[in-house]
Design a protein around this ligand. Structure first.
Ligand SMILES: [Zn+2]
Length: 288
């Protein structure tokens, strides 16, 4: 018997040494199988870092491609999470005579950031749908030349809680204009929006962020409380920061646009806001 066992052992060793490749394959298959089984329960556990909006980014941002509609099952949960309750004005700001103040960042330690959407070029049903469903208090700096044929679109957004503010009549490079021409651009848009939207804008964003001393005077004389600049932008799915910090901080003002890539931008923005443990506030409340 002992000899038989010895022989069998030798035979196995012989087979193993001749079939090394086969043994390696068998070992890989067994190890792989056990790993798959070990991992499978984890695959069903929700990943906490998953984005809240299940947006199929691959469907964006090609123009002409019907984007996947954003189903927002978490919309009701998400909005209060992102929305900063009204706490303002944190710092009442005085407007010096004949010069509107220039605000790059709101001075606050509250965990709040502000979002501005400029121009109004793209007026898609998807953007309208997202913004009216989420009720986040983004501020719209609208350029009259591109919205004048569709005021209704922006009136719906205003009704959803997005204030309409001033971004001139014709989007000029203001420092190239004299004081009176600048006043025509700024007062003209303010008067037009007062009539169209029932509320006169009080905040002004200069086109291209370009302004001079005359702009500050024109803005003040047109009744604008502040010239609002920005500290971060989101553009075609990428966040850009003004400095090397690489994240949003309390009081930051974010610039975005009504672009074809808007839904992609909004996902990137909301992810960033949540990642930085911030909420979105209404600029008008903090810049009283
Ligand atoms: Zn603009």
């Amino acid at each position: 018997m002992a000899t038989g066992k010895k022989n069998a052992g030798r035979l196995i060793i012989k087979i193993i040494s001749r079939q090394k490749n086969l043994v390696v394959i068998v070992v890989i298959v067994i190890v792989g199988f056990s790993l798959i089984h070990k991992d499978s329960p984890r695959n069903h556990t929700p990943n906490r870092t998953e984005p809240i909006f299940a947006l199929q980014t691959s469907a964006y941002p090609q123009h002409g491609v019907e984007p996947e509609p954003i189903r927002a099952p978490h919309a009701i949960k998400t909005s209060p999470l992102l929305l900063m309750p009204w706490r303002g004005p944190v710092e009442p700001q005085s407007t010096p005579p004949n010069a509107a103040q220039v605000v790059y960042k709101v001075s606050t330690t509250d965990p709040v950031v502000f979002v501005s959407i400029d121009d109004g070029v793209v007026q898609s049903p998807e953007i309208l749908d997202w913004l009216t469903r989420h009720h986040l208090p983004f501020t719209m700096f609208l350029y009259n030349g591109v919205i004048k044929d569709n005021y209704q679109y922006f009136a719906k957004l205003q009704a959803a809680g997005l204030p309409v503010e001033n971004h001139t009549l014709n989007h000029p490079h203001l420092p190239k204009l004299n004081l009176d021409q600048q006043k025509t651009e700024i007062c003209g848009a303010a008067d037009t929006y007062a009539q169209v939207f029932g509320r006169r804008p009080t905040l002004f964003r200069p086109p291209y962020g370009a302004f001079n001393v005359d702009t500050r005077q024109a803005a003040a004389e047109c009744g604008m409380r502040a010239i609002v600049m920005w500290h971060a932008t989101v553009d075609r799915g990428v966040m850009h920061f003004q400095d090397d910090i690489g994240h949003l901080e309390p009081g930051d003002i974010v610039l975005m646009h009504f672009r074809p890539e808007f839904l992609q931008d909004i996902q990137v923005l909301t992810n960033q806001v949540q990642q930085d443990k911030l909420r979105i506030g209404r600029l008008e409340d903090w810049l009283k």
